[in-house]
Write a protein that binds this ligand. Structure first.
Ligand SMILES: [Zn+2]
Length: 429
């Protein structure tokens, strides 16, 4: 777009700005989690990938005349506009869906029986190890585009199904290649510590050394990842191993986040020293940790699509967390084993129906607090002048419809860094 031209989106029935309710810049918690900053009959002016003006259609029209020589006006036809979703927890680097797991689990099969039948994480590991980088890149890009079609504009993407040095680096390279072809924003995370691969099961320490001595230094040197993640869980990595991995990540200048408290509760205090941006899953969490988190900037990222897909009746204790003042975010956990969905609106819906978030709380958790979970709240997560022009337009009269309709896609358009999203294969029949 030439420098003096701009896009004006007008006639927005409800523009959810999520502008800051106070001067403070941290994550939204408590009552702030319900503050959407709605402007009726709103408009935004976008130039050079950023929001230049935000207000009512009348106000923004006036500013547009002054600010830009050439303005392309687009009517949003009385739909709802909100900040693009920030999906702060996804595992998009895999080769194939896990249909054996899906069907076997329905019949009540356990983890071992699924593995015996050729399913489980081993099948994903094999798939990634045997796939070329370009095949993985195409898969990852396909996932990013499906997410964007549902209103997501910023995506955290983890490696974690290669689980050897070459395959983890290949996975991160696939994320980087896909990110370059995608108009949205992608943050890469090394999750070499997803699980101990079969060949190291007898001696997991050796695998921890490969993560610390090979994967992390290479990912840092090649700038392939911003974050290092670890799955601290019974059957995955112990708290001591997890600490070592997170410490190594910090030593190499990488930031950290962690999968914790999905199946078993582990005290989080030991990890605070590494200043994780987010603790993810949090199905089981102690009263003491809830108290501490209510005073910290770390985000508790909840992933209800996994509980839904696994057919669990229990969900993370979102109400307890929110009512205590913990800053919560929502993300898809997009992955082939437990959460094959690219849809943030579905996640918001599950959060409302199963975790009792209000529609407003779910929207803030899936946008602004998701941005905080990636430490991107300075540029993402709300519609305010100076921020990146990421937004989603929903075919709805009321924002509550965003989590209300489920199993259908009501997102009619997505803007990624100032440009409307067009999937690479949009011309295919
Ligand atoms: Zn995960």
């Amino acid at each position: 777009m030439p420098k003096d031209s701009a896009i004006l989106l007008r006639d927005i029935r409800q523009l959810l700005t999520l502008r800051s309710p106070s001067a403070k810049v941290g994550p939204r918690r408590g009552k702030e989690l319900s503050e959407l900053g709605v402007i009726e009959n709103g408009a935004v002016l976008v130039r050079d990938g950023e929001f230049v003006a935000v207000g009512t259609t009348r106000e923004v029209l006036r500013i547009a005349k002054r600010e830009a020589k050439k303005v392309q006006e687009i009517s949003c036809r009385d739909q709802v506009v909100l900040p693009g979703f920030v999906d702060s927890h996804t595992h998009p680097v895999f080769a194939a869906p896990r249909l054996i797991d899906f069907e076997k689990r329905i019949t009540g099969a356990n983890y071992e029986q699924i593995a015996e039948a050729g399913g489980g994480i081993r099948s994903s590991i094999r798939g990634v190890r045997e796939s070329s980088r370009s095949v993985l890149t195409a898969k990852v890009l396909g996932a990013f585009e499906e997410m964007a079609a549902h209103g997501t504009t910023t995506i955290e993407a983890k490696s974690g199904y290669g689980l050897d040095f070459d395959s983890e680096i290949k996975s991160l390279e696939a994320i980087r290649s896909a990110a370059r072809k995608f108009g949205g924003t992608v943050i890469a995370t090394l999750l070499g510590a997803h699980t101990v691969p079969p060949e190291h099961r007898a001696k997991p320490e050796k695998y921890v050394r490969i993560i610390c001595e090979e994967m992390i230094p290479t990912a840092a040197r090649k700038k392939l990842a911003k974050y290092v993640d670890v799955f601290c869980e019974r059957g995955a990595f112990t708290p001591e191993q997890s600490e070592r991995i997170l410490r190594t990540a910090r030593d190499h200048g990488l930031e950290v986040r962690a999968h914790v408290n999905q199946l078993t509760e582990v005290g989080l205090e030991r990890f605070d020293q590494f200043a994780p941006a987010s603790y993810d899953h949090m199905d089981k969490v102690s009263a003491g940790d809830i108290q501490r988190l209510s005073k910290a900037d770390m985000i508790a990222t909840l992933l209800p699509a996994a509980n839904y897909f696994l057919g669990l009746s229990e969900y993370p204790p979102a109400r307890k967390l929110i009512d205590a003042g913990v800053a919560v975010a929502l993300a898809t956990d997009y992955n082939p084993g437990t959460a094959p969905t690219a849809s943030m609106p579905f996640v918001l819906s599950a959060a409302c129906t199963h975790m009792k978030l209000s529609p407003a709380e779910a929207i803030v958790a899936g946008t602004f607090n998701g941005a905080c979970a990636l430490r991107l709240q300075g540029s993402k997560g709300s519609i305010e002048p100076g921020k990146d022009a990421d937004l989603a337009i929903f075919d709805a009269d009321n924002y509550r419809e965003v989590p209300y309709w489920f199993g259908v896609n009501r997102c009619s358009a997505t803007m990624l860094n100032g440009s409307f999203f067009l999937p690479a294969n949009h011309s295919k029949v």
